[in-house]
Ligand binder design. Structure first.
Ligand SMILES: *Cc1c(COP(=O)(O)O)cnc(C)c1O
Length: 381
C-alpha cells in the first residue's frame, strides 16, 4: 500500500492520468487537517483520535501536524506506532479487555489511561497497573438508538455495574473517570444527551466525582447526499448538557472520534470491470476490500461516476445491483446503488467519505485487494 510521491490535484486527475485498474484511495491531508482543526477548535475538551479507524502512518502524522495530542489505542501494535509517531502524546488504552501480557506492555510504554467494563478486568488492572497517576475510565452503555451500528453489543457495563466499578477504581487509588461510545455514525445528537445525563447519575450513585468524561467516537461523517452533519451542533449540545447534568462537579471532557475525523479525507476510486448483460455492475473492489463496511453501516450514496477521460456521467439515478470482484456471493453492496444510466464498462466509480474503516479492513481474499493510496490537494471534482 505504498504512498506515491506525486500529489494530484484531485481524484479526476488520478483517473485521467493513471487509469488505475486496481482500487485507489485518494487521501487529502488538507481535508484531514481542516477537520482536525474543526474538532480542536469546536470540541469543549481534549480531542483524541481512534487509531483503528485508519491507522495509516501518514494519517497519524497529519493529525499530529494539525495539533492532535491524544490517541485512543487498542493493541500493543497501535501503542508502539503512536509512541514512535507522536512521542509524548496521551495514549488512552480503551479496549476494555486485554491479556496480562498486553497490560504489562502498556505499563512499560507509560500508558496512563485505561478503560474497563467488568469486575474481572478491573481486578486485573488493579493487580498489574500501579495506581499512582493512572486513570481508569469505566465504560458504560445504554439501550439508545441513533447510530448506524450499535457498539453496546460487545462493550459497556450497565449503569448499575458502572457505579460499582467507579467506586472500586477510586478506592484502589486510580483517578476515576467515565467513558461511553454512542455507536458509530451517530447522526442523532440526542444519544449524547442521554449518555451524559446517565454519566452524572452514575457518579451520584457511586458517590464519586468523575475526573473526566470521554464522550466517545460516533461523530458522523458525510455519507449520504444532502447537507453534511453539523459537528458544531453536536459539540454545543455536549457542552450544554454536561453543564446541566453535572453542575459544579463538571468533569473535563474528552472525545475520541475515528470516522468523524478521518472519514471525509479520502475518496475511493473503483472501476467498472463489467456490466453483465447490461444489468449487474461488477466493480474491482467490494466487501472484502475497501468497501468492507458498507453492509454493516449502509451504503454511501455520495458517488460520482467518470468516463476514462474523466468526464462526469450524468446523474439520473438508476438503481443497480453492484457486486465486488471475488467469487463469493456475499461480495455485493447492500440493496441497490443509484448509478448513472449511461454507466459503462471501464468507467470509474468514486465513493466519497471513505477514510474510515477502509484501509484497515482491506483483505487479499481471492487474490484481489491491491489497494493503493495516493495523495491529492483536494477531493473536489
Ligand atoms: C472504534 C472506537 C472509536 C471510534 O469510533 P468512530 O465511530 O469511528 O468515531 C472510539 N472509541 C472506541 C473505544 C472505539 O472502540
Amino acid at each position: 500500500m505504498g504512498l506515491s510521491k506525486t500529489i494530484w490535484a484531485n481524484p479526476v486527475e488520478v483517473i485521467r492520468n493513471k487509469q488505475p485498474d486496481h482500487p485507489v484511495l485518494v487521501f487529502s491531508p488538507a481535508v484531514l487537517q481542516a477537520t482536525a482543526h474543526r474538532f480542536i477548535k469546536g470540541f469543549p475538551g481534549l480531542v483524541t483520535y481512534a487509531v483503528k479507524s485508519n491507522p495509516e502512518e501518514m494519517v497519524i502524522e497529519n493529525l499530529v501536524a494539525a495539533g492532535v495530542r491524544g490517541f485512543d489505542v487498542a493493541s500493543p501494535a497501535e501503542i508502539e506506532m503512536i509512541s514512535r509517531l507522536a512521542p509524548g502524546a496521551a495514549m488512552h488504552y480503551h479496549n476494555p479487555v486485554r491479556s496480562r501480557a498486553e497490560i504489562a506492555y502498556a505499563v512499560e510504554m507509560n500508558v496512563k489511561t485505561w478503560s474497563v467494563d467488568s469486575i474481572s478486568e478491573l481486578e486485573k488492572l488493579i493487580e498489574l497497573v500501579p495506581a499512582q497517576g493512572r486513570e481508569i475510565s469505566v465504560r458504560f452503555k445504554l439501550p439508545v438508538n441513533g447510530a448506524a451500528y450499535n457498539f453496546g453489543a460487545k462493550f459497556g457495563a450497565t449503569a448499575e455495574l458502572a457505579a460499582v466499578l467507579l467506586s472500586r477504581a477510586a478506592a484502589a487509588g486510580f483517578i476515576p473517570s467515565l467513558t461511553f461510545h454512542p455507536g458509530t455514525q451517530c447522526t442523532d445528537p440526542a444519544a449524547w444527551d442521554t449518555y451524559i445525563r446517565t454519566a452524572a447519575e452514575i457518579c451520584q450513585n457511586a458517590g464519586v466525582q468523575a475526573h473526566r468524561l470521554n464522550v466517545g467516537g460516533g461523530f458522523p461523517n458525510h455519507r449520504t447526499q444532502g447537507p453534511a452533519p453539523e459537528l458544531e451542533a453536536i459539540f454545543a449540545l455536549i457542552d450544554r448538557v454536561t453543564g446541566e447534568a453535572f453542575g459544579e462537579n463538571r468533569p473535563a471532557l474528552v472525545c475520541e472520534p475515528g470516522r468523524g475525523l478521518v472519514g471525509d479525507a479520502f475518496s475511493h476510486v473503483t472501476r467498472v470491470k463489467a456490466v453483465r448483460d447490461g444489468v449487474h455492475v461488477f466493480l474491482n473492489d467490494g466487501v472484502y476490500g475497501g468497501l468492507a463496511e458498507l453492509p454493516l453501516v449502509g451504503n454511501i450514496d455520495r458517488i460520482d461516476v467518470y468516463s476514462p477521460e474523466g468526464l462526469r456521467r450524468e446523474r439520473n439515478a438508476d438503481p443497480r445491483i453492484v457486486f465486488g470482484p471475488t467469487c463469493d456471493s456475499v461480495d455485493r453492496l447492500p440493496g441497490e446503488v443509484p448509478l448513472p444510466a449511461d454507466l459503462q464498462e471501464g468507467d470509474f466509480v468514486v465513493f466519497r467519505g471513505m477514510g474510515a474503516y477502509s484501509t484497515a479492513t482491506n483483505t487479499r481474499f481471492n487474490g484481489f485487494g491491491q489497494l493503493e493510496i495516493v495523495t491529492a490537494l483536494s477531493l473536489g471534482a
